[in-house]
Design a protein around this ligand. Structure first.
Ligand SMILES: Cc1cc2nc3c(=O)[nH]c(=O)nc-3n(C[C@H](O)[C@H](O)[C@H](O)COP(=O)(O)O)c2cc1C
Length: 178
């Protein structure tokens, strides 16, 4: 299986990236391969709302690394999407990526992508995992609409995700299904 992990955290050794890397490491032990794309390392552009992808072409008109990443998605079996919680939302970097998924629907608003397995990973400072549940559910709903079918949402609080049994259980469970 090919796995693409998209990270909205600018902290390369932060919680989001570490969990994504842990999943890829476990997946690699089972013979799968993948990569973590740290959006912050790319020159990012938001959606320009030009409508090209819906009316003229079937791709995004913006020529950058996010378009290249989105064009790789059809060849990907599993998509991991991770973000720190910033001001009660996803990071600006991840939001730009999510907006750019707009090109993955056609003029009839039908998804262009075949259904993909997807896992969401969030890192937050707040101790209450349910505090941002509405936001997490909204991101899930949006991604589901683009055929990135979110199977689970992992929420890590603070820095010590390795000793959080729920995070570890969810990571193990997802990896066991690969
Ligand atoms: C700009 C900024 C905004 C943040 N806003 C929130 C927030 O609204 N709620 C929260 O629980 N944590 C918030 N945090 C804390 C981060 O979500 C937390 O440190 C997280 O673990 C960072 O993830 P990372 O290690 O993957 O970078 C914020 C941190 C920053 C830098």
């Amino acid at each position: 299986m090919r796995i693409t992990a998209v990270s909205g955290s600018p902290r390369v050794e932060g919680v989001t990236n570490s969990i994504l890397l842990d999943i890829l490491e476990k997946a690699a032990e089972k013979g799968h391969f993948g990569k973590v794309v740290v959006l912050n390392r790319l020159e990012l552009h938001g959606c320009q709302a030009c409508g090209y992808c819906r009316t003229e072409g079937d791709k995004c008109a913006v020529d950058d690394k996010i378009s290249a990443l989105i064009e790789e998605l059809p060849e990907t079996d599993v998509v991991l999407v991770g973000s720190p919680v910033y001001m009660g939302n996803v990071s600006a970097q991840l939001k730009m990526f999510i907006d750019r998924l707009y090109c993955l629907k056609d003029a009839e608003r039908k998804p262009r992508l075949k259904p993909k397995r997807c896992l969401l990973v969030f890192a937050q400072g707040a101790g209450d995992k349910a505090y941002y549940q509405n936001m997490f559910n909204q991101v899930k709903k949006t991604l589901d609409g683009y055929n990135l079918l979110v199977e689970d949402i992992i929420v890590a609080t603070g820095k010590d995700y390795k000793s959080d049994p729920e995070v570890q259980k969810k990571v193990e469970h997802f990896c066991s299904t690969l």
